[in-house]
Design a protein around this ligand. Structure first.
Ligand code: FES
Ligand code: FE2
Length: 366
């Protein structure tokens, strides 16, 4: 992040501290049906099947032949090519539709279907058919794996085309997101609508109460900044130590040392910038009431020794205990949505990033 941007954001935060304020917008209402209506969910799913959506980190595919097998919204294989690029294809055999790859991650020279043994090259092209005589019309150009556009932007793997990141690509590069190793990967399924994950993360109002026993003592109560980069968003959650910057020269102001910066990379990814690493959460909607969360930290280098490992283990424990607190609340909300108690949920003047996120979803499925 440019120093000028860091200074601007810190100045805004210090002004909020001085005036006991935060970024505010008009309150809004969100219909409960947006979270539980199966017909609406089908329209939202198309966001994820047509993309773009981030699904992993570039380092997951370190060498040619490394693959990532992602089910969930649609069966996707992402494969590192010999020329260093990444290709995407549907993990669906063109003979009779079997998944050609069953391992979630790994390395192959070719993909061979476990049913009748049709094989495909790393780029998805049809390579071989046992007893080929029986399939006179089947050719490489008619029966290769169906391609899916894949991009590598800001260190993340995106399926479905250009993520329209604009200035955020350089901002995330500046935070080193493209250039680290993964630590503490976790995959969990939760009984809630996927949009509740964003509702949970996109405000500072809950921190003092919901995270009283974990992270709340570190953060200023109910202060945050929200800046839209449509369709994405940047939020800044200041720590109490931010006030120390007021007396220091601006060229030494380092935002990430005194605030968490949280990016929403629309439609499904959260990137949380912390002082010495980042955490990434990919949200995968499985059903209207079921959501998978793929999460990991991107740390500067592989930990060597028990001390370094202990440091990163402690970091992940803090992150995941806050996430577990949030998701327990989110699942409780989802169970209650159909109770009839609320026809709408209320997003207060402090919770306007939720309003913006839902508006983006509405626009994207319109
Ligand atoms: S379904 Fe894949 S080889 Fe037959
Ligand atoms: Fe939270």
């Amino acid at each position: 992040m440019d120093q000028a941007v860091q200074v601007e954001l810190v100045e805004r935060l210090l002004a909020h501290v001085e005036h006991h304020s935060t970024d505010l917008e008009e309150p809004s209402q969100r219909s409960v049906s947006a979270y539980i209506d199966p017909e609406r969910f089908e329209r939202e799913r198309r966001l994820f099947t047509s993309g773009p959506m981030a699904l992993g980190h570039a380092s997951m595919l370190a060498s040619p032949g490394d693959f990532l097998n992602l089910d969930g919204v649609r069966p996707l294989l992402l494969v590192r090519q010999d020329d260093g690029s990444v290709r995407g294809m549907l993990n669906v055999c063109r003979h009779r539709g079997t998944p050609v790859e069953h391992e979630p991650r790994g390395h192959r020279a070719r993909f061979t279907c476990p049913y009748h043994g049709w094989s495909y090259r790393l780029d998805g092209t049809l390579a071989g058919i046992p007893h080929r005589r029986g399939f006179p019309g089947v050719q490489e150009d008619t029966h290769s794996l169906q391609p899916v556009a894949v991009e590598q932007t800001a260190g993340l793997l995106w399926a479905g085309g250009d993520p329209r990141m604009g200035a955020l690509t350089d901002e995330l590069r500046g935070f080193g997101l493209h250039d680290g190793v993964l630590f503490g990967e976790r995959a969990r399924d939760y009984a809630l609508n996927w949009k509740l994950v964003f509702d949970i993360f996109l405000e500072a109002y809950h921190v003092r109460v919901a995270h009283a026993r974990t992270i709340a003592p570190m953060f200023l109560d109910n202060v945050y900044l929200v800046d839209p980069y449509p369709p994405h968003l940047r939020n800044v959650f200041p720590k109490r130590t931010i006030v120390e910057l007021a007396g220091r020269p601006r060229e030494h102001w380092r935002l990430r040392e005194h605030a968490n910066v949280l990016y929403v990379l629309f439609p499904n990814t959260l990137v949380l910038i912390q002082p010495d690493h980042s955490a990434v959460l990919h949200v995968v909607p499985l059903a209207v009431d079921r959501t998978r969360l793929l999460s990991y930290a991107v740390i500067p280098e592989a930990p060597c020794g028990d001390k370094a490992r202990g440091h990163w283990d402690a970091n992940m424990r803090i992150l995941y205990s806050a996430v577990d607190e949030d998701f327990a609340l989110g699942e409780g909300i989802h169970r209650n949505l159909a109770s009839g108690a609320n026809e709408t949920l209320t997003f207060g003047a402090y919770e306007h990033a939720l309003t913006r996120f839902h508006a983006q979803v509405d626009a994207a499925i319109a």
